[in-house]
Design a protein around this ligand. Structure first.
Ligand SMILES: NC(=O)c1ccc[n+]([C@@H]2O[C@H](COP(=O)([O-])OP(=O)(O)OC[C@H]3O[C@@H](n4cnc5c(N)ncnc54)[C@H](O)[C@@H]3O)[C@@H](O)[C@H]2O)c1
Length: 367
């Protein structure tokens, strides 16, 4: 099989887990491949993915080989594969725009982004880098709230003719104006905002679905999340949170026959606890009424390493995107977007999205 050539914007914890995973599964055969939703997708294995270009803005990452950059502070995710060979690909200085939030200055360098003094690339520079590298798709891992920066990289992808996987909650695939531009150019796009393997969103959706199927009326719910990585630190700036809250809340509301009033649902990143590092803890509560209008409630606590949890999904999104490229299918990939993302252009139930994605992989559906 051909290699799947990807570029990445944002070499943070999620990129680290993804790149470690590509190497980790090289050394496993399919029977030992714990943690994957699909070992093979259209003949592509995880090890067929190759990172050929990378952009960041942190002085500890820019200029370094990606195999070293992924282990630099402030990255703090679990190292499950410490033997990532040199790639020969050095992280390029990207364009900062709103990727950096000033409140990070108040935290230690070990926990926060530190801006590089390298000259920033402009649009022509990023487009050229994408083209020269032979990248077929750009995976966007910028911090929440990077509205301008995400649009900048999406624009570069469009101009370079490379597909776009939008792993974070600035709406591109689910924004009709933007997705239309990918449709017009027949460039595949999957988005927005990764729905992790067993994360707060999929659990909250599944439990909501269960309540409904068992005839229990949901009255109120909350999902409080804490973590100690830079994703959570960045989200302490509440001005950056709008699209994240929207993405996470709509992911739950969309499985309910009757959406809850805004006052009765609270879903959000809740606090930054430095010592948690990349461990995310979700406290979930659901209140409802069952037979005879009798009240009940459920409390759940989920503890999970945040970044491998997204890696296990992105590794499939990348391979689905490659299938679309091989088949010359551009525009929104609705099925993979619904299965892999929290805020797709069209929401389906997780079972439907799973079946649709398998149909897409097997060539029985072309989007
Ligand atoms: N972990 C999950 O399960 C999960 C799930 C859904 C969405 N996400 C989203 O994925 C994104 C990435 O998460 P993460 O944990 O890797 O974050 P992170 O903070 O570890 O990494 C972000 C990286 O982007 C870099 N960066 C900032 N501005 C940039 C710019 N303008 N150009 C290039 N690089 C820039 C930073 O230096 C950093 O290396 C976040 O938006 C997060 O919310 C993560």
């Amino acid at each position: 099989m051909d290699k799947i050539k990807i570029a990445i914007a944002g070499i943070g914890n999620c990129a680290s887990s993804l790149i470690q995973g590509i190497e980790y599964y090289k050394n496993n055969d399919d029977k030992e491949a714990i943690g994957l939703m699909h070992w093979e997708i259209g003949g592509y294995k995880p090890s067929d993915i190759e990172v050929v270009e990378a952009f960041d803005i942190d002085e500890r990452k820019v200029g370094k080989d990606i195999s070293d950059a992924i282990f630099e502070a402030p990255n703090c995710t679990t190292i499950f594969c410490d033997d990532v060979p040199k790639s020969g690909v050095r992280v390029k200085m990207g364009k900062i725009l709103d990727g950096y939030s000033d409140h990070m200055e108040n935290y230690s360098d070990n926990n926060a982004f530190v801006l590089s003094n390298e000259k920033e690339l402009d649009k022509d520079g990023v487009v050229k880098a994408l083209k020269d590298s032979g990248a077929e798709m750009l995976v966007n891992y910028l911090p929440v709230g990077s509205e301008e920066a995400t649009r900048f990289y999406a624009e570069c992808a469009l101009e370079a003719g490379v597909a776009f996987i939008n792993s974070m909650p600035v709406f591109i695939a689910s924004n009709p104006e933007w997705s239309e531009r990918f449709n017009e150019k027949n460039i595949p796009i999957i988005g927005d905002d990764i729905k992790a393997q067993i994360g707060a969103t999929i659990v909250h959706r599944t439990l909501s679905h269960l309540f409904q199927n068992r005839g229990v009326k949901i009255d109120r719910t909350y999902q409080l999340n804490t973590g100690g990585n830079t994703d959570f630190l960045n989200m302490l700036n509440r001005d950056r949170l709008n699209s994240k809250k929207k993405s996470k809340t709509e992911a739950v509301q969309s499985v309910l026959d009757e959406p809850l009033d805004d006052d009765n649902i609270h879903v959000g990143p809740s606090d930054y606890v430095a010592w948690q590092k990349d461990n995310k803890v979700c406290f979930l509560r659901m209140e409802g009424r069952l037979f005879g209008d009798v009240p009940m409630n459920l409390e759940m606590r989920l503890s999970v390493e945040d970044s491998p949890n997204s890696g296990g999904v992105v590794i499939d999104a990348i391979r689905c995107c490659k299938l679309a490229i091989d088949r010359n299918q551009g525009g929104i990939l609705y099925s993979p977007s619904a299965y892999f993302m929290k805020h797709p252009p069209i929401q389906y139930s997780d079972d439907e999205a799973y079946n649709m994605t398998n149909d897409f992989i097997d060539g029985r559906r072309n989007y």
